[in-house]
Design a protein around this ligand. Structure first.
Ligand code: CLF
Ligand code: SF4
Length: 503
């Protein structure tokens, strides 16, 4: 119903929900079987809605790797899951388990423990599996998750299942060895180094076999792909088609991050990463084939907290060394917090429905006319699925596209902190200018509050600041603003970027 309302408000001839992932507050998991809903409902990576409410953590127990990717420098974390340029302190399984218990007690909304590096978790099977083994015994309320390049996957599938790991990510950048040879210079296979096309052929075969084996055992598989312009960009559509056909649940196309200072082959060769538009276009092209993840933050191998935040510094080994956690008590507290979060999510959905009923009653039918154009809006939020952050405090903005069909999340954009107190105020202006550049293409920015100076500069740049929807659910607020734009005649297809809202 909500989508029809947006369409009507915007002046579209018809309306109707084109996808189960439609915005504006509905239960986006409603179309999934109950068993799968239960698995992903509180997994912040496998469910976009969950990432507003639940946190994940990684423990860096896996230093070695069995392949070489051209976008990786071994000095840094595995950039299959982590952005390059950061290094994690490697932990033993015992240290990792102690850290997980400490974090789980302190951050009850942390529901998932992932192992994603700093090398490849399955190239370090003893360390990785021992960590999972201990955690499945000591902290049974935490979901276990692993990310791998897939080379060693088939031989470890049974072990993975034994440890109750319900979520696996395989990084698959290609299904064609000729493409693979441009990404992987070598793999370590049967105690020797294999190079070139042959290496890619073996890796691809192992990845595909591992994917099939996991799906056959009921494990939810997400496929990560690094989008490398000019190397695998077009090819990723084929990757998406193939992995979906084999039963992958979700595809996460991530942008290549390659800078010369990272010392990677691609960085040194000047290989560029994709633009926001290229990434979105490819995600859209793949989306016809399967569910796409668009909220990945390419987090580091020791990340702690909500996606996009990193609280790892609060839980260094020296800080948790003396801590003794009563995990039974912590687990009870965690269950209470999770129940409260679920109650709030349910209330949010209900509020959304009511909001849209009231909008529907206000909306008047208009004569049929062309489909209104879609609009990108940026949102400042610290989580909870609501607009609750001051513009100047945002380190990233969530970007949504409102259209006659739905409100959908399309990605996030990182920015420098515009205002963090006295010490950065002198730099505020240039940081603000950078922020405005990062928000290019967005026509509205929704936040809880905004200062006079940024307000004026945003308006001058053609981006309408809007602080009227503080604490409201994000997608409801976007739908309302989109409707207002439609009523103001700002959504005519021919209007283009020059006709923007100044609210
Ligand atoms: Fe970690 Fe990966 Fe599990 Fe998530 S991350 S092992 S599935 S718990 Fe998530 Fe981080 Fe993106 Fe990975 S946002 S880099 S997709
Ligand atoms: Fe680096 Fe990860 Fe590739 Fe291994 S799999 S080379 S750690 S990016």
């Amino acid at each position: 119903m909500e989508l029809k309302v947006i369409a009507e408000a915007a002046g579209a001839p018809g309306g109707g929900c084109a996808s189960s992932g439609c915005g504006a507050g509905g239960d986006k998991l409603a179309h999934l079987p109950e068993a799968i809903r239960a698995k992903i409902n509180n997994h912040p990576c496998f469910s976009e809605d969950a990432h507003h409410h639940y946190a994940r953590m990684h423990v860096a127990v896996a230093p070695a790797c069995n392949i070489q990717c051209h976008y990786c420098n071994r000095k840094y974390d595995c950039s299959n899951e982590s952005r390059p340029g950061v290094v994690s302190e490697v932990l033993t399984p015992d240290q990792a388990v102690k850290k997980v218990i400490a974090v789980a007690a302190a951050i009850p909304q942390m529901t998932v423990l992932g192992i994603a590096g700093p090398g490849d978790p399955l190239a370090n099977p003893q360390r990785t599996l021992e960590t999972f083994r201990q955690l499945s015994e000591k902290a049974p309320d935490i979901k276990l998750c692993v990310s791998t390049n897939g080379l060693a996957l088939p031989e470890l599938v049974d072990e993975i299942c034994k440890h109750n790991i319900e979520h696996v990510t395989i990084t698959i950048n290609c299904v064609d060895p000729d493409v693979g040879a441009k990404i992987y210079p070598w793999i370590f296979w049967n105690n020797r180094r294999v190079t070139g096309r042959k290496a890619a052929e073996i890796l691809i075969a192992q990845q595909q076999k591992g994917l099939e084996m996991l799906v056959a055992r009921g494990v939810l598989v997400k496929v990560n792909s690094v989008l490398i312009p000019g190397v695998n960009a077009e090819h990723l559509k084929e990757v998406s088609r193939v992995v979906k056909a084999k039963g992958a649940f979700l595809h996460n196309v991530m942008p290549l991050i390659a800078e010369p200072e990272h010392g990677t082959f691609f960085g040194l060769m000047g290989q560029r990463g994709p633009t926001n538009d290229e990434l979105s276009a490819l995600q859209d092209a793949c989306a016809g084939d399967m569910a796409m993840m668009r909220h990945c933050r390419q987090c580091r191998a020791d990340a702690v907290g909500m996606l996009g935040e990193d609280r790892g510094d609060e839980f260094t080994l020296d800080k948790i060394a003396e801590q003794e956690v009563d995990y039974a008590a912590a687990m009870a507290r965690r269950a209470e917090v999770h129940a409260a979060i679920e109650a709030s999510r349910t209330a949010q959905r209900r509020q959304s429905s009511e909001t849209f009923v009231s909008i529907a009653s206000l909306t008047r039918r208009r004569p049929a006319r062309p489909e209104p154009r879609p609009v990108l809006m940026a949102v400042a939020s610290t989580g909870g699925g609501v607009i609750n952050q001051h513009f100047g405090h945002a380190r990233e903005f969530l970007v949504y596209e409102a259209s006659a069909n739905d409100v959908r999340f399309v990605g996030h954009r990182k920015v420098d902190l515009y205002c963090s107190g006295d010490e950065t105020c002198g730099d505020g202006e240039s940081v603000l200018a950078k922020t405005i550049r990062v928000l290019d293409g967005c026509e509205v920015v929704l936040c809880s509050r905004i200062g006079y100076e940024p307000w004026g500069q945003l308006e001058a740049a053609g981006i309408a600041p809007n602080g009227e929807h503080a604490m409201e659910p994000i997608e409801d607020a976007i739908a309302v603003v989109y409707r207002e734009m439609g009523e103001a005649g700002l959504l005519e297809p021919a209007a283009g970027a020059t006709q923007r809202m100044s609210a």
